[in-house]
Design a protein around this ligand. Structure first.
Ligand code: NAD
Length: 283
């Protein structure tokens, strides 16, 4: 059991928790992820590490309440315990001096870019960060990203904060402005990573994406997270999660991610029903 020592609500349905897990902070690096099991009967949920405090053994994760498990995770408070947290998993990001790096975070993919941007900056890169959100109320980590970037551009789909448009609009603008770009990194919804990769392919800009395929064991055994990259089958848990965006078969990944949509909806309905029964019992 792993104690939750910090909890913060960052935006609607987006929460940060700090968990006592020295076995993770001991070896955590930018780009790694953890697998969380909320309770004894819970499923395994892969979540990217946002930050960690090695001395205190605390790992920080940020998640959006989307399905049953993340909703259950969101109900836990400081002082409560997680049933399990395993990791760090995945290859860490290859930090080196690339030169001028544009790092793009889409929505709740933004926490995943924070430690990578921080380490890239420390390694002497010029870090230009683009953060995209649907609307102002969903903007998170602005201050934190500013602290590790040379420049931060925020885009909202509805124009309620920052520039109006998608992250690809902001990237296109940088390209038009003849900004020198040596590497593009994109983490967020698959459709966003696909759009970024389609755009950078035109300009021959090397692009790395982080794939959030459906995962079970996260150690390369189940094969659930298989993706096709450059015509070869890869496991995003052990071969990734970072891959060359120009080689990823995004259409296949999108299809695989939608495979359990009905089951996910069923599970949510079942949980809501159970919650209602519990509430009625207490009346
Ligand atoms: P969202 O749907 O609100 O989109 C965030 C931003 O992405 C948008 O504001 C827009 O700027 C951009 N975007 C979306 N669709 C686009 C398109 N078609 N073309 C260009 N840009 C587009 O995002 P959300 O609801 O916060 O979801 C975040 C996603 O990030 C989730 O799917 C989650 O699984 C994923 N994620 C991935 C990782 C990883 O390591 N790969 C880590 C955390 C989260």
């Amino acid at each position: 059991m792993y104690k939750i020592v910090k909890k913060e609500i960052l935006a609607k349905d987006i929460k940060l928790i700090g968990v006592e897990a020295p076995h993770i902070t001991y070896n955590a690096k930018a780009g790694n992820f953890v697998v969380v099991i909320v309770d004894e009967k819970g499923e395994r949920v892969p979540l990217t590490i946002y930050d960690w405090d090695k001395e205190r053994g605390i790992v920080y994760i940020i998640f959006m309440e989307v399905g049953t498990s993340t909703k259950k995770l969101g109900l836990l408070n400081e002082g409560d315990y997680l049933y399990a947290i395993a990791g760090p998993f995945g290859k860490h990001f290859n930090i080196q001096n690339y030169g001028n790096v544009v790092i793009i975070g889409g929505g709740v993919g933004t926490p995943a870019i924070f430690p990578i941007a921080r380490d890239l900056k420390k390694s002497g890169n010029k870090v230009l960060s683009i953060m995209g959100f649907r609307t102002k109320e969903l903007v998170i980590l602005e201050k934190e990203m500013k602290s590790v970037s040379d420049k931060v551009i925020i885009a909202t789909n509805d124009g309620s904060y920052g520039k109006k448009g998608l992250v690809t609009d902001a990237l296109q603008e940088l390209i038009y402005e003849k900004e020198k770009i040596d590497l593009v990194i994109a983490i967020g919804p698959v459709i966003m990573m696909k759009a970024v990769s389609d755009l950078t392919k035109i300009y021959n800009l090397k692009t790395i994406v982080s794939l959030n395929a459906i995962m079970i064991d996260a150690t390369g055994m189940c094969g659930g997270c298989r993706v096709t990259v450059g015509g070869e089958i890869k496991f995003s848990c052990v071969d990734g999660p970072d891959f060359d965006g120009h080689l990823v078969d995004f259409d296949q990944l999108l299809l695989r991610l939608s495979a359990y949509k009905d089951k996910e909806q069923e599970s949510l309905t079942y949980c809501r029903l159970n919650k209602k029964i519990e509430e009625n019992k207490n009346v």
